[in-house]
Write a protein of this length. Structure first.
Length: 88
C-alpha cells in the first residue's frame, strides 16, 4: 500500500467535490473568467468528469502493487486527460 498515492487520491477527490458540488471554480487555475459564461457547468464538467475519475484511479492504485505502477498511472492520466479534452 502506497500512502503517498492514497493522500494524493484523497486530495483529488476533495477537489472534485469542492469543484463539482460546491462550485468553487476559484480552485481551478489557468482559465479566463471573462470567457466562461456558465461557471456552474465548468465546475460540473471539470470536477465530475476529470478530477473524480482520476482521484478514484489514484486511490485504487494506492492499494495495488504491480511492476511499472508509476508508468501505467502516468500513461492512464495522460490518456484520460486527452480523451476528456478531445471529446468536449
Amino acid at each position: 500500500m502506497d500512502y503517498g498515492l492514497l493522500v494524493i487520491g484523497i486530495a483529488l477527490l476533495l477537489v472534485s467535490y469542492l469543484v463539482a458540488v460546491k462550485k468553487q471554480t476559484r480552485l481551478l487555475a489557468g482559465f479566463n473568467e471573462k470567457m466562461i459564461k456558465n461557471k456552474s457547468l465548468l465546475g460540473t464538467v471539470t470536477g465530475g468528469t476529470f478530477f473524480l475519475p482520476l482521484g478514484l484511479l489514484v486511490v485504487f492504485n494506492s492499494f495495488i502493487d504491480y511492476p511499472y505502477e508509476l508508468t501505467v498511472l502516468i500513461i492512464a492520466m495522460l490518456l484520460f486527460n486527452n480523451c476528456i479534452c478531445f471529446y468536449q
